[in-house]
Design a protein around this ligand. Structure first.
Ligand code: ADP
Ligand code: GLC
Length: 514
């Protein structure tokens, strides 16, 4: 049997470019798919950091704009990128992993440094729609045979950045092009890629797509919705989030669309990349440790306390955050419970950046409790490993959480997650209730309502468990033994791909789950 060819379309990949968990997934899932026989190529914009990490192979492939001679009618034209020549594709391999990729070059769109989505003042780049329309357009052309030597069976797009691929593929399919299976993954429904209606002309989108059952959303163009309505199958990154987004509370206005497509919506839990996140071998955390040998963890705690200016107390319960500091993560609740956390003898280390109000409130906590609370604003991969290894508890009081990866890393490193029961957090962490302790299933601390009272009760449960060292040890041992591997997720994705390639709906909602 020929290997299933998968074009994996995304905007970031660890370690080249990362703003969040999407990059970890783009690094972890493709090799796991390849290990199960798939032939996977990534397609990414050639942002400078990405291009710098890819070794080019073979000749370049020009990407004709829509409406060009030889392309089916009904599309385009996409304009030139207005800053330079039409885009082109370069095949290559990611230096660190050998992963095959296509890079989409368009110097006028992708050539600048910094954050791929936001300018220096935190606003979306003014040509954001063009940036990701071209990504979608290149994906659709590769999907319909632009490179006759490698025609994918499946185009798998991730988040709104890849959404338009599915609208273009739909149009190309209508005009008789070959039609690969089309799979769209939601990593975060809250970021939708919404642009004014008149962007259509610039993006070569025919009026026929601009209606309620198409990519129109409250009179605007929605890239995320294009992915939802024009794909054969939709996945998201946990079974609970797959259910939540079909309701108004977490559906971000798209719950109606998702309910209509419920038959082809699957929740597949993310995995942990063992190459990057394994406490025994992590080069950023040496000496390493495992469930039976925790001296390395104690050393990591001492190193962390020293590095960030916390008092060197081995017994102080050390809480941590490694996160974007946004409303999503529920961290606006944290400052109000910090005084109590410190009074109970705890310490807190926060690594993150984002919302200025949350940053300031946390900075005020540091000022009130020097040596007990530490804050590092910014993005620091090495420190993230140091925090997750050295802390006792990792906090994710999220308002919503499609999957969440840091609680999985926390489990692996014996750093018990304290989470709100939402999305992937509900699927991966089990509370230290007496009955769960009794049956050996407890792995962390779980609360339900998004308020300070419940968060504070969960913190008190952590202190209570600390006073029962044998129980803490048992919970930690169980947490460290849990495995959320990419192999399991990859086999679920392959099932979805095969159905999409043959257009057979996988009928049962959430079947592909863990
Ligand atoms: P999200 O994608 O919503 O931000 P995830 O939990 O899925 O949340 O993934 C976040 C990823 O980003 C994890 O790998 C985490 O370690 C990393 N991360 C978040 N904030 C920082 C930071 N300030 N410095 C380093 N790594 C960070
Ligand atoms: C998004 C979500 C996060 C998820 C990540 C990877 O950024 O916010 O919960 O883990 O994507 O799928």
């Amino acid at each position: 049997m020929n290997p299933l060819k998968v074009l994996y379309v995304c905007s970031e990949v660890y370690p080249l470019l990362k703003t969040g968990g999407l990059a970890d997934v783009s690094a972890g899932l493709p090799p796991a798919l390849a290990a199960q026989g798939a032939d996977v190529r990534l397609l990414l914009p050639a942002f400078p950091a990405v291009a710098a990490g890819v070794t080019p192979e073979g000749p370049v492939l020009p990407v004709p704009a829509g409406g060009a001679p030889g392309l089916p009618a009904g599309l385009g034209p996409l304009p030139g990128t207005s800053h330079g020549p039409d885009p082109w594709l370069q095949r290559g391999r990611i230096g660190a992993s050998g992963q095959p990729v296509w890079l989409l070059h368009a110097p006028g769109l992708y050539g600048r440094g910094g954050n791929p989505y936001l300018d220096g003042s935190g606003h979306p780049w003014p040509d954001s729609a063009e940036q990701f329309a071209w990504l979608g357009w290149a994906a659709a052309l590769l999907g319909t045979g632009l490179d006759p030597t490698w025609c994918p069976d499946v185009v798998h797009g991730h988040d709104w950045h890849a959404g338009l691929a599915f609208a273009y593929l739909h149009q190309l399919r209508l005009s008789g092009s070959r039609a690969p299976g089309a799979v769209f993954t939601i990593h975060n429904l809250a970021y939708q890629g919404v642009f004014p209606a008149n962007v259509r002309e610039r993006l070569g989108l025919p009026d026929a797509l601009f209606h309620m059952q198409g990519l129109e959303f409250h009179g605007q163009v929605c890239f995320m919705k294009a992915g939802l309505v024009y794909s054969d199958a939709i996945t998201t990154v946990s079974p609970t989030y797959a259910r939540e987004i079909t309701g108004p509370e977490q559906g971000c206005g798209l719950d109606g669309v998702l309910r209509q497509r419920q038959e082809v919506l699957h929740g597949i839990l993310n995995g942990v990349d063992e190459v990057v996140w394994n406490p025994a071998t992590d080069p950023l955390v040496q000496p390493g440790f495992d469930a039976d040998h925790l001296q390395g963890k104690a050393a990591a705690k001492a190193r962390l306390q020293k590095a960030v200016g916390l008092q060197p107390q081995p017994d102080a319960l050390l809480f941590s955050v490694v996160s974007r500091l946004t409303e999503q993560k529920g961290l606006h609740l944290l400052p109000a419970v910090v005084d109590e956390l410190v009074q109970r003898g705890g310490q807190l280390m926060v690594l993150g950046a984002g919302d200025a109000t949350i940053e300031q409130a946390l900075a005020d906590c540091v000022a009130r409790h020097p040596g007990r609370v530490a804050l590092r604003i910014g993005y620091d991969e090495a420190l993230a490993h140091g925090v997750i290894a050295g802390a006792d508890v990792i906090l994710l009081p999220s308002r919503f959480e499609p999957c969440g990866l840091t609680q999985l890393y926390g489990l692996r490193y014996g750093t018990l997650p304290l989470v709100r029961a939402v999305g992937g957090l509900a699927d991966t962490v089990t509370d230290c209730s007496l009955e769960n302790l009794d049956e050996g299933s407890a792995s962390g601390f779980v609360f339900h309502q998004l308020n300070g009272t419940e968060l504070s009760a969960a913190l008190r449960r952590a202190f209570a468990l600390q006073r029962r060292p044998a129980d803490w040890r048992a919970v930690q041992r169980h947490a460290m033994a849990l495995r959320f591997d990419w192999a399991r997720a990859a086999s679920a994705y392959l099932q979805v791909y095969r159905r999409a390639a043959t257009r057979t709906p996988l009928a049962i909602h959430g079947t592909a789950s863990a």
